[in-house]
Write a protein that binds this ligand. Structure first.
Ligand SMILES: Nc1ncnc2c1ncn2[C@@H]1O[C@H](COP(=O)(O)OP(=O)(O)O)[C@@H](O)[C@H]1O
Ligand SMILES: [Mg+2]
Length: 393
Protein backbone atom coordinates (compact mmCIF):
# COMPACT_ATOMS: atom_id res chain seq x y z
CA UNK A 1 0.00 0.00 0.00
CA UNK A 2 1.38 3.38 -0.87
CA UNK A 3 1.25 6.07 1.82
CA UNK A 4 -1.40 7.89 -0.23
CA UNK A 5 -3.78 5.01 0.13
CA UNK A 6 -3.97 5.67 3.88
CA UNK A 7 -5.03 9.20 3.22
CA UNK A 8 -8.24 10.00 5.07
CA UNK A 9 -8.12 6.71 7.00
CA UNK A 10 -8.44 6.91 10.78
CA UNK A 11 -5.80 4.91 12.60
CA UNK A 12 -5.82 4.45 16.36
CA UNK A 13 -2.29 3.83 17.65
CA UNK A 14 -2.01 2.20 21.06
CA UNK A 15 1.53 2.54 22.42
CA UNK A 16 3.78 5.64 22.45
CA UNK A 17 6.47 4.19 20.15
CA UNK A 18 3.98 3.98 17.28
CA UNK A 19 3.86 7.77 17.00
CA UNK A 20 7.05 7.56 14.92
CA UNK A 21 5.14 5.73 12.18
CA UNK A 22 3.23 8.93 11.35
CA UNK A 23 6.02 10.05 9.09
CA UNK A 24 6.52 6.56 7.62
CA UNK A 25 4.05 3.78 6.90
CA UNK A 26 1.13 5.69 8.46
CA UNK A 27 1.68 8.97 6.70
CA UNK A 28 -1.50 10.46 5.32
CA UNK A 29 -3.69 8.84 7.97
CA UNK A 30 -5.56 10.68 10.73
CA UNK A 31 -3.82 9.31 13.77
CA UNK A 32 -5.32 9.13 17.24
CA UNK A 33 -2.87 8.01 19.92
CA UNK A 34 -4.46 6.38 22.94
CA UNK A 35 -4.03 3.92 25.81
CA UNK A 36 -5.51 0.44 26.16
CA UNK A 37 -8.62 1.77 27.90
CA UNK A 38 -9.69 3.37 24.60
CA UNK A 39 -10.36 -0.12 23.23
CA UNK A 40 -13.30 -0.76 25.54
CA UNK A 41 -16.51 -0.47 23.56
CA UNK A 42 -14.78 0.78 20.41
CA UNK A 43 -16.40 -0.03 17.07
CA UNK A 44 -15.65 0.15 13.36
CA UNK A 45 -17.53 3.45 13.34
CA UNK A 46 -14.82 5.02 15.54
CA UNK A 47 -11.72 4.13 13.55
CA UNK A 48 -10.63 2.28 10.41
CA UNK A 49 -7.72 0.46 12.03
CA UNK A 50 -6.29 -0.21 15.48
CA UNK A 51 -2.53 -0.63 15.72
CA UNK A 52 -1.27 -1.95 19.06
CA UNK A 53 2.32 -2.05 20.26
CA UNK A 54 2.45 -5.25 22.35
CA UNK A 55 5.77 -4.24 23.93
CA UNK A 56 4.25 -1.13 25.51
CA UNK A 57 1.88 -3.02 27.83
CA UNK A 58 2.00 -5.82 30.35
CA UNK A 59 0.64 -9.13 28.98
CA UNK A 60 -2.29 -9.23 31.46
CA UNK A 61 -3.49 -5.70 30.61
CA UNK A 62 -3.04 -6.47 26.94
CA UNK A 63 -4.99 -9.72 27.28
CA UNK A 64 -7.80 -7.88 29.07
CA UNK A 65 -7.88 -5.17 26.38
CA UNK A 66 -7.96 -7.74 23.57
CA UNK A 67 -10.74 -9.54 25.38
CA UNK A 68 -12.65 -6.26 25.61
CA UNK A 69 -12.08 -5.72 21.87
CA UNK A 70 -13.33 -9.18 21.00
CA UNK A 71 -16.52 -8.36 22.90
CA UNK A 72 -17.27 -5.38 20.65
CA UNK A 73 -20.15 -6.16 18.30
CA UNK A 74 -18.35 -4.64 15.28
CA UNK A 75 -14.66 -4.21 16.00
CA UNK A 76 -12.42 -2.43 13.50
CA UNK A 77 -9.44 -4.34 12.02
CA UNK A 78 -6.67 -4.80 14.58
CA UNK A 79 -2.93 -5.24 14.05
CA UNK A 80 -0.66 -6.21 16.94
CA UNK A 81 3.06 -5.54 16.51
CA UNK A 82 5.97 -6.14 18.83
CA UNK A 83 9.01 -8.13 19.81
CA UNK A 84 7.16 -9.97 22.56
CA UNK A 85 3.79 -11.19 21.41
CA UNK A 86 2.25 -13.15 24.32
CA UNK A 87 0.64 -16.35 23.04
CA UNK A 88 -2.62 -15.91 24.93
CA UNK A 89 -2.99 -12.37 23.59
CA UNK A 90 -2.26 -13.45 20.02
CA UNK A 91 -4.71 -16.32 20.30
CA UNK A 92 -7.41 -13.99 21.63
CA UNK A 93 -6.72 -11.51 18.86
CA UNK A 94 -6.73 -14.00 16.01
CA UNK A 95 -10.19 -15.12 16.99
CA UNK A 96 -11.39 -11.75 15.79
CA UNK A 97 -12.44 -11.60 12.19
CA UNK A 98 -10.10 -8.89 10.95
CA UNK A 99 -6.83 -9.10 12.84
CA UNK A 100 -3.18 -9.83 12.28
CA UNK A 101 0.13 -9.87 14.13
CA UNK A 102 3.54 -8.72 13.02
CA UNK A 103 6.82 -9.59 14.71
CA UNK A 104 9.16 -6.65 15.24
CA UNK A 105 11.52 -5.65 13.76
CA UNK A 106 9.66 -5.31 10.45
CA UNK A 107 10.34 -3.40 7.29
CA UNK A 108 8.03 -0.38 6.71
CA UNK A 109 6.82 -1.97 3.43
CA UNK A 110 5.81 -5.12 5.28
CA UNK A 111 3.79 -3.09 7.77
CA UNK A 112 2.14 -1.18 4.91
CA UNK A 113 1.28 -4.43 3.11
CA UNK A 114 -0.25 -6.01 6.22
CA UNK A 115 -2.28 -2.84 6.89
CA UNK A 116 -3.49 -2.77 3.29
CA UNK A 117 -4.70 -6.37 3.51
CA UNK A 118 -6.51 -5.66 6.76
CA UNK A 119 -8.18 -2.54 5.42
CA UNK A 120 -9.35 -4.38 2.33
CA UNK A 121 -10.90 -7.22 4.32
CA UNK A 122 -14.65 -6.80 4.61
CA UNK A 123 -16.38 -8.02 7.76
CA UNK A 124 -18.10 -11.28 6.84
CA UNK A 125 -20.85 -10.73 9.37
CA UNK A 126 -23.26 -7.86 9.04
CA UNK A 127 -22.74 -5.34 11.80
CA UNK A 128 -25.00 -6.41 14.60
CA UNK A 129 -26.61 -4.28 17.23
CA UNK A 130 -26.51 -7.18 19.68
CA UNK A 131 -23.27 -8.71 20.92
CA UNK A 132 -21.87 -11.58 18.87
CA UNK A 133 -22.54 -15.08 20.19
CA UNK A 134 -18.92 -15.20 21.32
CA UNK A 135 -19.36 -12.05 23.36
CA UNK A 136 -22.44 -13.44 25.04
CA UNK A 137 -20.54 -16.52 26.12
CA UNK A 138 -17.99 -14.97 28.43
CA UNK A 139 -18.33 -15.68 32.12
CA UNK A 140 -17.79 -13.36 35.02
CA UNK A 141 -14.68 -14.64 36.68
CA UNK A 142 -13.57 -14.09 40.28
CA UNK A 143 -10.31 -15.34 41.74
CA UNK A 144 -9.85 -16.21 45.42
CA UNK A 145 -6.31 -16.29 46.76
CA UNK A 146 -5.10 -16.86 50.32
CA UNK A 147 -2.59 -14.42 51.83
CA UNK A 148 -1.09 -17.28 53.87
CA UNK A 149 -1.78 -21.03 53.94
CA UNK A 150 -4.91 -21.95 55.85
CA UNK A 151 -6.50 -18.51 55.70
CA UNK A 152 -9.68 -20.00 54.28
CA UNK A 153 -9.37 -19.31 50.54
CA UNK A 154 -10.69 -22.70 49.45
CA UNK A 155 -13.54 -22.54 51.95
CA UNK A 156 -14.51 -19.08 50.71
CA UNK A 157 -14.14 -20.02 47.02
CA UNK A 158 -16.53 -22.95 47.56
CA UNK A 159 -19.08 -20.88 49.46
CA UNK A 160 -18.89 -18.05 46.92
CA UNK A 161 -19.49 -20.54 44.08
CA UNK A 162 -22.40 -22.02 46.05
CA UNK A 163 -23.99 -18.62 46.63
CA UNK A 164 -23.67 -17.82 42.94
CA UNK A 165 -25.38 -21.12 42.12
CA UNK A 166 -28.29 -20.12 44.35
CA UNK A 167 -28.76 -16.99 42.25
CA UNK A 168 -28.93 -18.84 38.92
CA UNK A 169 -32.02 -20.15 37.21
CA UNK A 170 -30.38 -22.43 34.70
CA UNK A 171 -28.38 -25.60 35.34
CA UNK A 172 -24.62 -25.81 35.10
CA UNK A 173 -23.91 -22.12 35.19
CA UNK A 174 -21.05 -22.01 37.72
CA UNK A 175 -17.63 -23.62 37.51
CA UNK A 176 -15.14 -23.75 40.36
CA UNK A 177 -11.58 -24.30 39.16
CA UNK A 178 -8.95 -25.47 41.62
CA UNK A 179 -5.73 -23.95 40.29
CA UNK A 180 -3.65 -25.79 42.93
CA UNK A 181 -2.67 -28.31 40.30
CA UNK A 182 -0.48 -30.42 42.59
CA UNK A 183 -2.45 -30.64 45.81
CA UNK A 184 -5.76 -28.82 45.60
CA UNK A 185 -8.29 -29.40 48.35
CA UNK A 186 -11.50 -28.18 46.70
CA UNK A 187 -12.50 -31.67 45.50
CA UNK A 188 -11.94 -33.22 48.93
CA UNK A 189 -13.88 -30.39 50.65
CA UNK A 190 -16.77 -30.99 48.26
CA UNK A 191 -16.59 -34.78 48.57
CA UNK A 192 -16.06 -34.93 44.80
CA UNK A 193 -13.72 -36.98 42.64
CA UNK A 194 -11.18 -34.81 40.77
CA UNK A 195 -11.02 -35.62 37.05
CA UNK A 196 -8.84 -32.96 35.48
CA UNK A 197 -6.13 -35.10 33.87
CA UNK A 198 -3.44 -32.53 33.24
CA UNK A 199 -1.30 -34.53 30.81
CA UNK A 200 -4.36 -35.12 28.63
CA UNK A 201 -5.32 -31.47 28.90
CA UNK A 202 -1.83 -30.54 27.74
CA UNK A 203 -2.09 -32.86 24.75
CA UNK A 204 -5.56 -31.61 23.79
CA UNK A 205 -5.00 -27.89 24.43
CA UNK A 206 -4.85 -26.77 20.81
CA UNK A 207 -8.23 -28.25 19.99
CA UNK A 208 -9.84 -27.84 23.39
CA UNK A 209 -13.46 -26.73 23.11
CA UNK A 210 -16.49 -26.65 25.37
CA UNK A 211 -17.43 -30.27 24.62
CA UNK A 212 -13.92 -31.53 25.29
CA UNK A 213 -13.68 -29.55 28.51
CA UNK A 214 -16.59 -31.58 29.85
CA UNK A 215 -14.35 -34.67 29.85
CA UNK A 216 -12.29 -33.01 32.59
CA UNK A 217 -15.15 -31.65 34.66
CA UNK A 218 -16.59 -33.17 37.86
CA UNK A 219 -20.28 -32.36 38.31
CA UNK A 220 -20.87 -31.41 41.95
CA UNK A 221 -24.61 -30.76 41.70
CA UNK A 222 -27.12 -29.50 39.11
CA UNK A 223 -25.62 -26.03 39.18
CA UNK A 224 -21.98 -26.44 40.05
CA UNK A 225 -19.15 -28.05 38.09
CA UNK A 226 -15.64 -28.50 39.42
CA UNK A 227 -12.36 -28.57 37.52
CA UNK A 228 -9.75 -30.07 39.82
CA UNK A 229 -6.76 -32.32 39.26
CA UNK A 230 -6.00 -35.45 41.31
CA UNK A 231 -3.03 -35.12 43.67
CA UNK A 232 0.25 -35.19 41.83
CA UNK A 233 3.50 -33.74 43.20
CA UNK A 234 4.44 -32.74 39.64
CA UNK A 235 1.01 -31.36 38.84
CA UNK A 236 2.21 -27.84 38.13
CA UNK A 237 4.58 -29.15 35.46
CA UNK A 238 2.09 -31.63 33.99
CA UNK A 239 0.47 -29.21 31.52
CA UNK A 240 2.05 -26.23 29.77
CA UNK A 241 1.02 -22.68 30.52
CA UNK A 242 -0.82 -22.36 27.20
CA UNK A 243 -2.96 -25.39 28.06
CA UNK A 244 -3.93 -23.94 31.43
CA UNK A 245 -4.81 -20.57 29.89
CA UNK A 246 -6.79 -22.28 27.14
CA UNK A 247 -8.71 -24.27 29.77
CA UNK A 248 -9.63 -21.01 31.53
CA UNK A 249 -10.65 -19.42 28.27
CA UNK A 250 -12.93 -22.31 27.31
CA UNK A 251 -14.37 -22.45 30.84
CA UNK A 252 -15.21 -18.76 30.58
CA UNK A 253 -17.02 -19.45 27.32
CA UNK A 254 -18.91 -22.40 28.81
CA UNK A 255 -20.28 -21.01 32.07
CA UNK A 256 -21.89 -17.83 33.41
CA UNK A 257 -19.58 -17.72 36.42
CA UNK A 258 -16.07 -19.04 36.92
CA UNK A 259 -14.44 -19.03 40.36
CA UNK A 260 -10.71 -19.69 40.60
CA UNK A 261 -9.17 -21.09 43.79
CA UNK A 262 -5.71 -19.64 43.11
CA UNK A 263 -2.37 -20.70 44.61
CA UNK A 264 -0.60 -17.78 46.29
CA UNK A 265 2.80 -18.77 44.86
CA UNK A 266 2.99 -17.35 41.41
CA UNK A 267 3.02 -19.69 38.42
CA UNK A 268 3.73 -18.89 34.77
CA UNK A 269 0.00 -18.46 34.11
CA UNK A 270 -0.97 -16.65 37.33
CA UNK A 271 -0.88 -13.06 36.12
CA UNK A 272 -2.74 -13.76 32.93
CA UNK A 273 -5.36 -15.74 34.84
CA UNK A 274 -5.78 -12.90 37.36
CA UNK A 275 -5.75 -10.31 34.57
CA UNK A 276 -8.79 -12.00 33.02
CA UNK A 277 -10.77 -11.88 36.27
CA UNK A 278 -13.38 -9.29 37.18
CA UNK A 279 -12.47 -9.54 40.86
CA UNK A 280 -9.49 -10.81 42.81
CA UNK A 281 -10.31 -11.59 46.44
CA UNK A 282 -7.33 -11.87 48.78
CA UNK A 283 -8.32 -13.84 51.88
CA UNK A 284 -6.60 -13.10 55.16
CA UNK A 285 -7.07 -14.30 58.67
CA UNK A 286 -6.83 -11.90 61.59
CA UNK A 287 -3.22 -12.33 62.57
CA UNK A 288 -0.54 -9.71 62.05
CA UNK A 289 1.60 -11.89 59.72
CA UNK A 290 -1.43 -12.78 57.60
CA UNK A 291 -2.55 -9.16 57.36
CA UNK A 292 0.92 -8.00 56.36
CA UNK A 293 1.09 -10.80 53.80
CA UNK A 294 -2.36 -9.80 52.48
CA UNK A 295 -1.21 -6.22 52.07
CA UNK A 296 1.95 -7.29 50.22
CA UNK A 297 0.17 -9.84 48.03
CA UNK A 298 -2.51 -7.36 47.09
CA UNK A 299 0.09 -4.67 46.28
CA UNK A 300 2.14 -7.13 44.19
CA UNK A 301 -0.89 -8.22 42.18
CA UNK A 302 -2.00 -4.63 41.63
CA UNK A 303 1.50 -3.57 40.56
CA UNK A 304 2.11 -6.50 38.23
CA UNK A 305 -1.30 -6.48 36.59
CA UNK A 306 -0.68 -2.84 35.79
CA UNK A 307 -4.33 -2.28 35.00
CA UNK A 308 -5.05 -0.01 37.96
CA UNK A 309 -7.43 -2.56 39.44
CA UNK A 310 -6.98 -3.50 43.08
CA UNK A 311 -7.61 -6.88 44.65
CA UNK A 312 -10.22 -6.82 47.42
CA UNK A 313 -9.38 -8.11 50.85
CA UNK A 314 -11.68 -10.51 52.69
CA UNK A 315 -11.05 -10.99 56.41
CA UNK A 316 -11.86 -14.53 57.43
CA UNK A 317 -12.62 -16.10 60.81
CA UNK A 318 -13.76 -12.94 62.56
CA UNK A 319 -14.27 -13.89 66.20
CA UNK A 320 -17.50 -12.35 67.39
CA UNK A 321 -17.81 -13.56 70.95
CA UNK A 322 -15.27 -12.01 73.26
CA UNK A 323 -14.26 -8.78 71.68
CA UNK A 324 -16.79 -8.15 68.96
CA UNK A 325 -15.94 -8.04 65.28
CA UNK A 326 -15.71 -4.25 65.01
CA UNK A 327 -12.41 -3.64 66.83
CA UNK A 328 -10.79 -6.57 65.08
CA UNK A 329 -11.88 -5.29 61.69
CA UNK A 330 -10.71 -1.77 62.50
CA UNK A 331 -7.31 -2.99 63.68
CA UNK A 332 -6.99 -5.22 60.68
CA UNK A 333 -7.76 -2.36 58.35
CA UNK A 334 -5.08 -0.32 60.06
CA UNK A 335 -2.51 -3.04 59.40
CA UNK A 336 -3.77 -3.42 55.84
CA UNK A 337 -3.75 0.34 55.33
CA UNK A 338 -7.02 0.00 53.46
CA UNK A 339 -10.63 -0.99 53.95
CA UNK A 340 -11.49 -4.65 53.76
CA UNK A 341 -14.16 -5.65 51.26
CA UNK A 342 -15.89 -8.02 53.66
CA UNK A 343 -15.55 -9.98 56.87
CA UNK A 344 -16.49 -13.61 57.32
CA UNK A 345 -17.33 -14.88 60.81
CA UNK A 346 -15.52 -17.73 62.45
CA UNK A 347 -17.51 -20.95 62.82
CA UNK A 348 -15.21 -23.91 63.28
CA UNK A 349 -18.01 -26.38 63.88
CA UNK A 350 -19.75 -25.52 60.60
CA UNK A 351 -16.50 -25.43 58.62
CA UNK A 352 -15.32 -28.77 60.02
CA UNK A 353 -18.72 -30.44 59.65
CA UNK A 354 -18.94 -29.47 55.98
CA UNK A 355 -15.47 -30.69 55.01
CA UNK A 356 -15.96 -33.91 56.96
CA UNK A 357 -19.34 -34.59 55.38
CA UNK A 358 -18.20 -33.34 51.97
CA UNK A 359 -20.06 -30.34 50.55
CA UNK A 360 -20.49 -26.60 51.06
CA UNK A 361 -21.22 -25.13 54.49
CA UNK A 362 -24.37 -23.69 52.92
CA UNK A 363 -25.58 -27.27 52.46
CA UNK A 364 -24.62 -28.79 55.80
CA UNK A 365 -24.92 -25.75 58.08
CA UNK A 366 -27.12 -23.29 56.16
CA UNK A 367 -27.66 -21.17 59.28
CA UNK A 368 -23.95 -20.62 59.90
CA UNK A 369 -22.83 -17.00 60.01
CA UNK A 370 -20.21 -17.93 57.42
CA UNK A 371 -23.03 -18.56 54.92
CA UNK A 372 -24.77 -15.27 55.71
CA UNK A 373 -21.55 -13.25 55.52
CA UNK A 374 -20.56 -14.74 52.19
CA UNK A 375 -24.05 -14.30 50.81
CA UNK A 376 -23.92 -10.59 51.70
CA UNK A 377 -20.52 -10.21 50.04
CA UNK A 378 -21.58 -12.09 46.88
CA UNK A 379 -24.75 -10.02 46.55
CA UNK A 380 -22.76 -6.83 46.80
CA UNK A 381 -20.02 -7.90 44.39
CA UNK A 382 -22.39 -9.45 41.86
CA UNK A 383 -24.46 -6.27 41.79
CA UNK A 384 -21.46 -4.35 40.51
CA UNK A 385 -21.16 -4.13 36.74
CA UNK A 386 -18.95 -6.80 35.21
CA UNK A 387 -15.64 -5.50 33.93
CA UNK A 388 -16.02 -7.51 30.75
CA UNK A 389 -19.56 -6.56 29.70
CA UNK A 390 -21.08 -9.98 30.02
CA UNK A 391 -24.36 -11.76 30.25
CA UNK A 392 -24.63 -12.82 33.88
CA UNK A 393 -25.40 -9.53 35.55
N1 LIG B 1 -14.74 -18.78 58.67
C1 LIG B 1 -14.20 -19.92 59.14
N2 LIG B 1 -14.47 -20.34 60.39
C2 LIG B 1 -13.92 -21.46 60.87
N3 LIG B 1 -13.10 -22.25 60.19
C3 LIG B 1 -12.79 -21.89 58.93
C4 LIG B 1 -13.31 -20.72 58.34
N4 LIG B 1 -12.83 -20.63 57.09
C5 LIG B 1 -12.03 -21.69 56.90
N5 LIG B 1 -12.00 -22.46 58.01
C6 LIG B 1 -11.22 -23.69 58.21
O1 LIG B 1 -9.84 -23.29 58.16
C7 LIG B 1 -9.06 -24.34 57.58
C8 LIG B 1 -8.29 -23.78 56.40
O2 LIG B 1 -9.20 -23.40 55.40
P1 LIG B 1 -8.90 -23.53 53.84
O3 LIG B 1 -10.12 -23.05 53.14
O4 LIG B 1 -8.41 -24.88 53.52
O5 LIG B 1 -7.73 -22.46 53.71
P2 LIG B 1 -6.73 -22.19 52.47
O6 LIG B 1 -7.42 -22.66 51.24
O7 LIG B 1 -6.52 -20.72 52.49
O8 LIG B 1 -5.48 -22.93 52.76
C9 LIG B 1 -10.05 -25.44 57.20
O9 LIG B 1 -10.07 -26.40 58.22
C10 LIG B 1 -11.38 -24.73 57.13
O10 LIG B 1 -12.46 -25.60 57.42
MG1 LIG C 1 -6.76 -23.97 49.78
Amino acid sequence: MSPQSLSGKRVLTVGPALAALATGPLSGAHIEAAGLERLIGISAADTDLILIDADAWSPPSLAAAVQALSLCPAPPPVLLVGVHLPTAVVRGLLRMERSDVLDAPYAPEVLSAVIATLLEAKPARAVQAAPTPHAVEVARCWAVIGAVGGSGATTIAIEVATQLCARQTKDKSVCLIDMHLADGSAAAYLGAHPTLRLAELGAAAEKLDAAMLQAFVTPVNNQLDLLAAPRDPDGFEAAPREAILRMLEVACESYDWVILDMPRHRRGWSLEALGGCDEVLVVSELTVPALLAARSLSDEIERDLGSGRKPKIVLNRLASRMFGPAPSMAEAEKALQRKAEAGVSSDWEAAAASVNLGGPIAMHRPKSKIVKDIQTMVERLAAQPARNAVKAA
